[in-house]
Design a protein around this ligand. Structure first.
Ligand SMILES: Nc1ncnc2c1ncn2[C@@H]1O[C@H](COP(=O)(O)OP(=O)(O)OP(=O)(O)O)[C@@H](O)[C@H]1O
Length: 327
């Protein structure tokens, strides 16, 4: 307990910024025009089709809402194609009003089968932003877990491989997601799994970063994000996504949040003690050596000992019986 108290006394409780390395020049994206224009402004995310504007879409139902906005299922009037439309909440400052936030920038420039596809971004005359995305008809991995229960090892391996391909793509493009968890991973009926919700993500090297102080969801946060001084003050952020992936995959296999006993409240101090000072709970008996080893490679407390996404793609757990997947 004394050790715990002394460790706590020099904890950095306001979650410092990730230190940037490999800085790139800022990506130049156009500033959006002033909000007084009568027609919506549209940004096409796909090179092959015309931009979709709000007038092209009929709202069908609300799919969910979070801190960043509300997501609707919508139908394109002309093609009958179904999309997901995220309307970003309107409580932003005047600087934010005129610029794409990191989520929009990332969705606009990413193109991977493992990252949710953005078709179009627009701004209404009132200043409200909309993101037209591909519709993932099975919802989030969190929903799938609730309705179908714990995943088999082979299903966890399949999801792991798809997410690793997505993270490898993002990390190769200097993007850190910072909020990997079952609720931010979307699934469709083709059993595709895609990384979504870039609301707190970061593009390394950007000069503009509107989400510096945001911490992501603490339940899936790595030790260095709780306490960078003890764990690794030079962490680059990518390894934080790998930790969150490890917790997420354990959750899929065990059927409940793995770092606390089922039903225990995941408050910040309890989680910090478990993640930073406690021994991590092990996987249940009967689990294969490959899964055990894979999770260990993700959940190393020292971030530099964690495997990268590209190295994990070579781990026997994900490349047991299939050929390497394309990005
Ligand atoms: N492309 C999509 N296809 C299908 N459903 C989606 C899609 N995008 C989001 N959703 C649904 O809408 C919900 C809200 O999405 P949102 O991006 O606002 O994320 P959130 O994780 O709930 O919120 P926050 O921004 O606070 O993290 C999701 O939980 C999901 O159920």
């Amino acid at each position: 307990m004394a050790v715990l108290r002394s460790q706590r006394s020099h904890l950095n409780l306001h979650l410092p910024l990730t230190k940037l390395s490999n800085a790139l020049p800022p990506i130049s994206l156009p500033l959006l025009p002033p909000t007084s224009t009568a027609a919506p402004t549209e940004y096409n995310c796909s090179s092959s089709s015309a931009p979709i504007s709000p007038a092209d879409l009929d709202k069908i139902q609300v799919l969910g809402s979070g801190n960043g906005g509300t997501v609707y299922k919508v139908r394109h009037k002309e093609t009958s194609e179904i999309y997901a439309l995220k309307i970003i909440h309107h409580n932003f400052d005047s600087n934010f009003r005129r610029q794409l936030n990191p989520e929009m920038e990332i969705l606009r420039c990413t193109d991977s089968p493992h990252v949710v596809k953005c078709h179009s971004i627009f701004q209404n005359p009132s200043g409200e932003f909309g993101i037209v995305m591909e519709y993932m008809d099975s919802g989030t991995l969190e929903n799938v877990l609730k309705s179908e229960g714990a995943f088999s090892e082979s299903k966890v391996a399949d999801v792991a491989k798809k997410l690793l391909n997505g993270l490898h793509y993002l990390h190769s493009n200097k993007i850190i997601h910072r909020d990997i968890k079952p609720a931010n991973l979307l699934v469709n009926s083709n059993m595709e799994v895609k990384i979504a919700d870039f609301g707190v993500s970061k593009i390394l090297g950007r000069t503009l970063d509107t989400c510096n102080s945001f911490v992501g969801t603490c339940a899936y946060m790595s030790p260095e994000r709780f306490d960078s001084q003890t764990y690794d003050e030079n962490h680059d952020g990518y390894a934080g996504d790998i930790w969150s992936l490890g917790v997420t995959l354990m959750e899929l296999y065990m059927g409940h949040f793995p770092l606390l006993p089922p039903g225990e409240r995941a408050d910040w101090p309890t989680l910090m003690c478990v993640v930073c000072f406690g021994e991590l709970p092990s996987l249940p008996e009967g689990v294969s050596d490959e899964l055990k080893s894979f999770v260990e490679c993700c959940l190393q407390k020292e971030s530099s000992k964690r495997w990268s996404a590209s190295k994990l793609l070579t781990h026997p757990f994900v490349c047991k019986d299939s050929t390497s997947e394309e990005q």
